[in-house]
Design a binder for this molecule. Sequence first.
Ligand SMILES: CC(C)(COP(=O)(O)OP(=O)(O)OC[C@H]1O[C@@H](n2cnc3c(N)ncnc32)[C@H](O)[C@@H]1OP(=O)(O)O)[C@@H](O)C(=O)NCCC(=O)NCCS
Length: 439
Amino acid sequence: MPDTLTIIDNRTDLRYELPIHQGTIRTMDLRKIQAFPGDFGLMGYDPAFMNTASCQSAVTFIDGDKGILRYRGYGIEQLAEKCSFLEVAYLLLFGELPTASELQAWVSTITHHTMLHETTKKFLEGFRYDAHPMGMFISTVAALSTVYPDARDVHDPAVRQLQICRLIGKVPTIAAYTYRHSLGYPYVYPDNELTYPANFLNMLWKMVEPKYQANPTLARALDILLILHADHEQNCSTNVMRSVGSSQADPFVSVAAAAAALSGPLHGGANEEVLRMLDEIGSKERVWAYIQQVKAGHGKLMGFGHRVYKNYDPRARVIKWTADQVFQVTGRNPKLEIAIELERIALDDEYFVKRKLYPNVDFYSGIIYQAMGFQPEMFTVLFAIPRTVGWLAQWQEMIQDPEQKIARPRQVFVGKESRQFVPIEQRGSQAARAASPNV
Ligand SMILES: CC(C)(COP(=O)(O)OP(=O)(O)OC[C@H]1O[C@@H](n2cnc3c(N)ncnc32)[C@H](O)[C@@H]1OP(=O)(O)O)[C@@H](O)C(=O)NCCC(=O)NCCS
């Protein structure tokens, strides 16, 4: 069976044979299909990239129908159970799991990049007391570009590696400072004796005690949450990372742009929305009525549905298990009852079954974060810390891919054709045009 696609253009009766490689055709091959000599050629029209691959990637694999997620070939469940977050970060960035000595060196390197320049700390202090932590996070990551101008040399592998370590080391520090800022607490410097998650908890919650002791169950739960959120192939923010990075912008501003994409309620902002929704529902008894409202077209069930998963999100399963561990320390979050009831009713309802809408990663993560003591405003920042690793792994892959150029989609122009210029005194007002649109 030949791996080709035959297209007959009914406008010209011409036949074209396009190669198929890995289940795709090259959209550029469509350009050969012209209606007349000199025609621009056929393009693909695909708003929101519903069926367009923008790159070849070896980082993360998702089978949305089967509910499979793998980083570099390893199932997410195994990684969450057996690895630390920094071990997984190494895997995502370098393609292989580290040996014991490689891991030790890697952890030490990241640990020695956790401090922020004092001017960056002062920069953070300038935000209003009620600034949203995600706004502070995005701006401060972008501001790092002014501290490390060497980062602009994106074609030097050693320079890239240094910025990657800086970013992975510093994002928890920035995240913790945004949290302390919201509360009006003094910032806590990193503690190099602690693990990555324990140090993050230290920077968040240390008060006057001389040495912060993280609860090991909470530190491990946080580490698992970091692993689950580390990468998710070509999602909205990763696409932004690759797109901004394709102009050879430095990785700090590119990560800031990706984090901005993450902040939206349809992406990483969804976990914050889930908590608001659970608050709005208020009690288990009101879940059914809320679902009827959603089915009638009033809003969405936040934390449900996914562009790629048309099955249970494998991360949601691990999160549910992690929630049990956390609740043993913190006590059960009463919102869990509402969430479980919501999941039970929705998974049994034809509307959700027909559309293959299942709980996604954001459905339970917010409930855990809240039980740990975070305000909903912090949730997306907690997502951005591990996703920084995924963004960087994808960015590095993009920079090294000889096929990648500056990202620049095409458009289908539907505006006015060429018009005669109208002098200002002869122009009709917006209101007049609206009243008689054909004038
Ligand atoms: C994630 C999401 C943006 C994916 O969107 P998408 O792939 O463009 O899917 P669509 O919006 O085309 O949804 C397909 C259908 O399911 C419905 N749908 C999707 N998500 C829904 C939800 N959470 N609640 C209710 N209905 C939903 C849509 O209304 C649409 O119905 P229709 O065919 O009758 O018009 C979407 O499911 C969503 O908004 N979910 C809530 C936000 C969320 O949890 N985001 C986190 C993602 S990790």
